[in-house]
Design a protein around this ligand. Structure first.
Ligand SMILES: [Zn+2]
Length: 462
């Protein structure tokens, strides 16, 4: 962090914005104003060895107002939003966000993939940019916090820096990724992982990804220009709601994300033999659905057979021919495994395959596993985890290191450079629902931790 030349009495202490004791007498007008703001409670005090000294802090009321205003775009009767990517609501929400970014004195562009990028130069043009942001698209019937908290939080951080005339050493870029909920499309483009074939997939808006990118002001023919090289960013930081109930249940303020879990998904086909439900004796059946029931039970048993936070789910099942009076001859079901460690996912998968072999023999059916999708785990950077923890503790907030069970744009950004994620509590652990809720104070805390983390990265700790 570098401070403006007109602020000689401001010093950098552990990366935050503080006034040195000995310089307090020599305040110029701006610092005097800061003093007044501190007096009126606009700044948070930190509780370390430098107690009673002011620290740069976000405007929590403004942040929560922005969040409320954003919830108007695509709002539904249940109190949430349906703002799927490339819809009219998404387009209007993006316009609103662009206005906020301009007000935060960011230089706003839409890249060829349709990501909104607000950049501000740093004092050292040789340094790589620090990126931070999130997404504002939602799932159908979504809530007002997933993605929105991190997006509004990132803009609030940029605005706080601007209005306090803090010039960072690194360039900063606030990024609002497009279509996170439809498969991390915007961040995949930035990491170079978006394929030509994916552009023809139909999104929830009804438009193909290709049409959607055009609709929001991008140019699908120029996606190669969006791709960034590995090592081209100083860091990527993302504030997000937890989407689980751990922080609230344990009364912890801030989650320090240790990584985003890998997700492996297979379609499993079980072949039995369809036959008459009335005339085929019980000992003479090849019931694919009965085998599926045993398989589902086995998945749960294997997933809980070893310590750790791995999860295994059968979430979709189809029995054929699907008639009350016919023994099911074929079942297609999904198998999904998640963990921070791909080796553990593989180990669980092999155990499940062994169980399937036994069931196949006992039930006289055949199993076939088809891999559909693999998202490799994305660990966060240990230095950034330490920085987030330090930023939170300095504000007197409690922290817990935890995995992210949901996917995020940060996993694509992890291909480009060090990443970190900050979680704030989700009340009741509810997400992807209009009932999603995070407390205004927690959101303000999260944004302040993001601010502290950005300043520390800027100072050169990563
Ligand atoms: Zn999200």
């Amino acid at each position: 962090m570098i401070l403006g030349a007109r602020a000689p009495a401001l010093a950098v202490l552990t990366g935050s914005f503080q006034i040195r004791r000995e310089d307090n007498q020599k305040m110029n007008r701006r610092e005097f104003n800061i003093g007044l703001m501190v007096g009126s409670g606009a700044f948070a005090f930190h509780r370390s060895a430098f107690a009673k000294q002011p620290q740069l802090g976000v405007n929590g009321a403004r942040l929560n107002e922005h969040l409320k205003a954003l919830s108007e775009f695509g709002k539904n009767p249940q109190g949430g939003v349906s703002r799927v990517a490339y819809s009219e609501a998404d387009r209007l929400g993006r316009e609103y966000v662009t206005g906020l970014m301009l007000a935060a004195k960011l230089n706003v562009t839409v890249d060829a993939a349709g990501n909104i990028i607000g950049r501000r130069a740093g004092s050292d043009p040789r340094l790589k940019p620090i990126l931070f942001g999130s997404h504002i698209d939602s799932v159908p019937e979504g809530g007002n916090y997933d993605g929105d908290v991190g997006s509004m939080g990132a803009i609030e951080v940029a605005q706080t820096l601007a209005e306090n005339n803090v010039v960072t050493r690194h360039p900063i870029e606030v990024v609002i990724f497009q279509n996170e909920e439809g498969g991390l499309i915007g961040s995949a483009a930035m990491s170079g992982a978006l394929t030509e074939k994916e552009l023809d997939n139909v999104s929830r808006s009804g438009k193909t990804i290709r049409e959607g990118i055009k609709f929001i002001g991008g140019d699908p023919a120029k996606l190669s220009a969006v791709k960034r090289e590995k090592g081209s960013i100083a860091a990527y930081l993302e504030l997000h709601i937890e989407q689980g109930g751990t922080l609230e249940a344990e009364k912890i303020d801030i989650g320090v994300v240790e990584g985003i879990v890998g997700i492996n998904w297979w379609d499993v086909t079980i072949e039995g033999f369809a036959n008459h439900a009335g005339t085929t004796a019980m000992n003479n059946r090849q019931d694919a659905l009965l085998a599926a029931a045993r398989f589902i039970e086995a998945v749960n048993r294997v997933a809980t057979s070893v310590p750790g936070r791995q999860v295994g789910t059968v979430g979709r099942i189809q029995a054929l021919p699907g008639a009350p009076n016919v023994i099911p001859g074929k079942v297609i079901l999904s198998l999904e495994l998640r963990d921070l460690d791909s080796a553990k996912i593989e180990m669980l998968y092999q155990k499940i395959r062994a169980e399937a072999d036994q069931i196949a023999q006992a039930s006289k059916v055949k199993f076939d596993f088809k891999e559909i999708n693999v998202n490799i785990p994305a660990p966060t950077d240990s230095r950034i985890r330490a920085i987030i923890d330090e930023s939170a503790k300095e504000l007197g907030l409690t922290t817990k290191v935890m995995p992210s069970g949901a996917g995020h744009d940060a996993q694509d950004m992890a291909r480009l450079g060090p990443v970190g994620m900050i979680f704030v509590p989700s009340i009741g652990g509810i997400s992807h629902s209009p009932k999603e809720f995070s407390r205004p104070k927690d959101i303000e805390n999260g944004a302040n931790v993001l601010l502290g983390a950005v300043m520390r990265v800027d100072k050169g700790s990563v």
